[in-house]
Design a protein around this ligand. Sequence first.
Ligand code: NAD
Length: 260
Amino acid sequence: DLTGRNVLVTGSTSGIGKGIAIGLANAGCNVMINGLGLPEEIETFRLELEKTSGRKIIYSNADLTNPSEIDTMFDVFKEAFGDIHGVINNAGIQHIAPIEDFPTEKWDQILSLNLSSIFHTTRLAFSEMKARNWGRIINISSAHGLTASPFKSAYVTAKHGVMGFTKTAALEGAEFGIRVNAICPGYVHTPLVDNQIQATAKARNLEIDEVIKTVMLDRQPTKEFTTIEEIARMTCFLMSDAANSITGADIKMEGGWTAL
Ligand code: NAD
């Protein structure tokens, strides 16, 4: 039961983040959602979640590649909720290209969103969490935080960076009741992965079904996608007091990918 905890879930207008926001709200949290998308669709989601969960749900349209928008997002959070108990750093994007063709602006954008934004949100939440002697930072990393694949140089680099940051923040927060962990999912069937399936099919001249079987789930021994609900439930657990001894951890939810 997470009643009364105030959390921010970045990139929660779609996919995994949206599922985490729903899971946390239903477990009792007040939630700030964030992400890009059509304002009317986001507002419909916000109202619906408020109704079904009975919690306060607010929305920030901050573009997390811009640190000053992250600052503003935190001002709004504090104004609306007061204390911040949890930050779920989930927003992330992918781009697939060989290194020699990788657009430099895509590299910068991926490093900025998938990695630097996590530093900024943690930086802004930390002193208050330290003062209160309780806090949770949960970073949605990836199997690609632990192992590489070709053509994903920026993403793999950023996600490996997330693992280093997770461990460092865990050490700095350890004696202040702050727990910092990374969840490393394998493939999850979200819009992000759907785009990759299309792009890989095009790049390798394969059918969609073939891409799913022979490329996507080739390295996931279970041959099953990790589900959004599984990640949402793990996030709720890490938010709870029962997870007090877990910090600096990589929680692998990749169907055995990195055991290969
Ligand atoms: P998604 O594309 O469905 O959702 C991404 C979210 O990030 C959206 O809400 C989007 O609006 C938001 N976003 C994008 N750019 C933003 C910006 N500049 N500022 C603020 N928000 C922005 O993706 P997803 O598959 O749900 O991925 C979520 C996270 O999970 C990512 O960090 C991703 O790397 C990670 N992940 C995904 C998978 C997978 O297979 N889908 C596997 C491992 C890890």
